[in-house]
Design a protein around this ligand. Structure first.
Ligand SMILES: [Zn+2]
Length: 620
């Protein structure tokens, strides 16, 4: 069953967006001369995509599935809508779904042709990041063809956007794709096209970022549609400034910071999240982070930190997902618990996870605070790793369903927003797993993977072997062309009590291992050194919100365990906490319900078509 779409849900569903990422990208030598300045060099930086290898596991599988899907998608189909509007020959089949030129009808609740070409830039971005990971020559060639093909459709006035429903929304993604094509695939045309496009877009954008309320007061002249996302533009504009050195982008970015209605109140601690569209306003926090990094604006850093804290404390489910019906609710009113009975559209999964990874990565880079890694892994294991892969025809996974009785479903329209963010995010797994500082390396995510780096004196690396989160042990093998003094930082999740055990070459490191912080080990590392971490992963119960203390999720370490059942089971408190592992390979647990039956408790990533309850009822 496709989640029902009320008009309200539909309007909100229509408006996810994406943006590019991270500032601290390596600038290729050829571009370094015209690099725009940044005010802040963050204490942590990401590794290059190519420095990290994902080894066999769910993250690698998702990356490879997404890379293959978009590498094999026909260029003519991707370019068709742009060629059609430009009056050029437009061979190839229609993409279908949201991507086509026509068919959309608010009255008929028909999303076909909803936002023509909206995700082209995201697919380009995802391919560029995948090229950065793999160095795949067919991928680079495809990026060059797509950029060239898109450039041929772009006229000086960008007439594609005349009468277009959501110009900022689609421009933002094109901007991201062109920046990434330039940065990662060194595409020779991408930044020139980006410049022409951006100068032309000014005519289609309002003079500043508009809140939803402001947009309602000045509706689109051609439709009743007023849900564009001008407030997500600054992140990519700042990145374009950093790539090109052109102050036009920096000044335009400043103009679209949503200060009056969003960042100013957030920076003062006022929770203005309620009733806003969820994903795009989380995504906007990454624009605030770029304002901090590029301009040094402490106000915008405060806004991002506060906004993220409000997201965690007032809007989030146990899974780490947020924003039922793509909207934020008023704290203290039990809206999360109420949503279990009112909607199946509980969390916009690929887009939300993409935005969540992006803001937590920014905040981690700036603060070195492990809570952002804890939050990132919660979203990873309980949401996106359970998303079904995008199908060849564009059929996509969109909402996670936390309803009283839920099910995984396909979204009703092909090539929605979530088909754009999923391949971007899967490439970003590489840059989210390890980070680096002046004095060493941070292990942020526990997953089979390796990282390698050069630092002048030699080549060094780490290799992780683990079945985490289905096993509590993580092994890290150190390699190096010669002994090297540096600090290895390992995230100890806040829930890892009592007594996480960290050891080097079999000797326990007793000090500096505190749950909720990075443990640090400074020493002269030698080739063959072994680091072992064992994390206690106790079961705990998390109520959906304070107004519904009897609706709880069973959580083990970072994993929510979903009750596999056709109707919501109920449990005695102690019986639920006495659940027992049943199958290590599937991560299944068994718990005895209040009526005496055994209920399988299963992680989201191992659920397929079976019905489940995210939250179960505690018998009082
Ligand atoms: Zn989406």
């Amino acid at each position: 069953m496709v989640p029902r779409l009320s008009r309200r849900t539909f309007l909100k569903a229509a408006t996810a967006t994406t943006a590019a990422t991270y500032a601290a990208r390596a600038i290729p030598v050829f571009a370094a001369a015209d690099k725009g300045s940044v005010a802040i060099h963050t204490p942590l930086t990401t590794f290059a995509y190519s420095d990290v290898t994902l080894l066999d596991g769910a993250m690698k599988r998702q990356f490879e599935e997404n890379h293959a899907r978009f590498l094999n998608l026909d260029d003519d189909r991707l370019l068709k809508v742009f060629r059609q509007v430009a009056g050029l020959p437009a061979p190839g089949e229609d993409m279908g779904g949201w991507y086509d030129l026509s068919g959309f009808s608010l009255e008929r609740n028909d999303f076909h042709g909803f936002i023509a070409g909206h995700s082209f830039g995201q697919y380009l971005s995802a391919l560029a990041r995948a090229y950065a990971v793999t160095g795949s020559e067919p991928t680079r060639a495809k990026i060059n063809r797509l950029v060239k093909g898109y450039g041929e459709t772009l006229d000086p006035k960008a007439k594609f956007f005349a009468g277009y429903r959501l110009p900022a929304y689609t421009y933002d993604k094109l901007s991201c794709g062109l920046i990434d094509a330039h940065e990662f695939a060194h595409d020779p045309r991408a930044m020139d096209i980006h410049e022409r496009l951006t100068h032309a877009m000014v005519a289609y954008l309002p003079e500043k970022a508009l809140s939803r309320q402001e947009q309602r007061s000045r509706p689109h002249k051609d439709t009743s549609f007023t849900w564009d996302e001008t407030y997500t533009l600054p992140e990519n504009l700042f990145l374009a400034y950093q790539r090109s050195g052109d102050s036009f982008y920096r000044d335009m970015a400043k103009r679209y910071l949503e200060d009056d209605t969003y960042f100013n109140p957030l920076s003062e601690g006022n929770n203005v999240l309620p009733f806003e569209h969820a994903y795009s306003h989380v995504n906007a926090l990454s624009s605030a982070m770029q304002a901090y990094i590029t301009l040094g604006s402490e106000k915008h850093l405060r806004a991002a930190k506060n906004g993220f804290e409000m997201l965690l404390k007032t809007q989030s489910f146990a899974t780490g997902g947020w924003g039922p019906d793509e909207s934020f609710g008023e704290p203290g009113r039990g809206q999360l618990g109420d949503s279990l009975a009112s909607t199946h559209a509980s969390f916009e999964t690929p887009c939300g996870a993409y935005g969540h990874f992006k803001i937590t990565r920014y905040l981690l880079r700036v603060t070195k605070d492990s809570q952002y890694g804890d939050s990132m892994e919660r979203v990873l294991y309980n949401t996106i790793l359970g998303a079904w892969p995008i199908q060849a025809d564009g059929t996509s996974f969109y909402y996670s369903d936390y309803a009283t009785t839920g099910k995984k479903v396909w979204y009703g329209q092909k090539w929605p927003c979530c088909s754009g963010t999923f391949p971007q995010l899967a490439a970003d797994y590489h840059i989210s797993t390890y980070l680096r500082s002046d004095d060493g390396v941070y292990v942020n995510l526990f997953t089979p993977s390796a990282v390698q780096w050069n630092d002048g004196s030699g080549r060094y690396g780490l290799k992780q072997e683990t079945k985490y989160p289905f096993d509590s042990k993580i092994q890290i093998q150190v390699s190096g062309s010669q002994p090297r003094d540096y600090t290895l930082y390992v995230r100890i999740p806040y829930w890892a009590t009592p007594g996480p055990v960290l050891s080097v070459n079999g000797t326990r490191v007793s000090d500096a291992v505190q749950p909720g912080a990075f443990a640090s080990i400074r020493r002269t590392w030698k080739d063959g050194d072994r680091v072992e971490l064992e994390l206690p992963m106790p079961l705990r119960l998390e109520p959906v919100d304070a107004n519904h203390p009897n609706l709880v999720a069973l959580v083990q370490g970072p994993l929510v365990l979903f009750a596999i059942a056709d109707s919501q089971p109920s449990f005695d408190h102690s019986a639920l906490l006495q659940a027992k592992p049943a199958n290590h390979s599937t991560g299944d647990w068994l718990a005895t319900s209040a009526d005496g039956s055994n209920v399988t408790m299963r992680p989201f990533m191992n659920i397929d078509k079976e019905s489940y309850s995210t939250y179960v009822l505690l018998k009082s």
